[in-house]
Design a binder for this molecule. Structure first.
Ligand SMILES: O=C(CO)[C@@H](O)[C@H](O)[C@H](O)[C@H](O)COP(=O)(O)O
Ligand SMILES: [Zn+2]
Length: 192
């Protein structure tokens, strides 16, 4: 069993290395873009299912609370955390409307939408992105494998080179942390 555990860590590290090499320029570009949106008073909306729902909540909390630095709070909302809204929307409009309706409720032109789906094919995530695009939000995807339908729909796609959900999520959360770090330390720490 020990070799399986070691192999899983090796795999995760190697996937992260490849992902970082392939996306480094885009990571910097997106950190600058999110930092600029926050500086201009816009917000970040994040959404996904299962482990990606909690990744969305985790990264939203880094913005609203703090990542490392003492600083003003930044507006960010994870769209799978309000159990009343989730059950109402799923019950009354269907699960596929879960994110689209909340994007329409909270999203305004100039905000940033981060859609997280390891398959890139979850219908509620795709509909959330459609709603975000219709409203003029900047759209970003964190996905994996082939990128699914999601990668082709957004302006900035981050596609983790793995087909394993868990390994993809492990790169996603590192990506979220690195974006927070760049935004706090390099984008918003410097004058416009
Ligand atoms: O965390 C995990 C597996 O690691 C699961 O909860 C996983 O997120 C769920 O099966 C999701 O429903 C998968 O959706 P998606 O990533 O394909 O959009
Ligand atoms: Zn998981």
């Amino acid at each position: 069993m020990k070799e399986f555990a070691l192999k899983a860590f090796d795999e995760s590290a190697e996937i992260k290395r490849r992902f970082a090499r392939d996306h480094a320029d885009k990571i910097v570009q997106v950190a600058q873009l999110i930092g600029q949106a926050l500086r201009n008073g816009h917000k970040v909306l994040l959404f996904g299912n299962g482990g990606s729902a909690t990744d969305a909540a985790h990264i939203a909390a880094e913005f609203v609370g703090r990542y490392k630095r003492e600083r003003a709070p930044f507006p960010a909302i994870a769209l799978a955390t309000d159990i009343a809204a989730i059950t109402c929307i799923a019950n009354d409009y269907g699960f596929e409307e879960l994110f689209a309706r909340q994007v329409r409720a909270h999203g305004r032109q100039g905000d940033v939408a981060i859609a997280i789906s390891t398959s890139g094919n979850s219908p509620n995530v795709l509909k959330g992105v459609e709603a975000a695009k219709a409203l003029g939000l900047t759209t970003i995807a964190w996905t994996g494998g082939s990128g699914g339908k999601l990668a082709g729909m957004v302006e900035y796609a981050f596609v983790v080179p793995s087909t394993l959900t868990a390994r993809i999520q492990e790169s996603h959360i590192t990506l979220g942390h690195v974006l927070c770090e760049l935004i706090e330390d390099h984008v918003l720490a410097n004058p416009a």
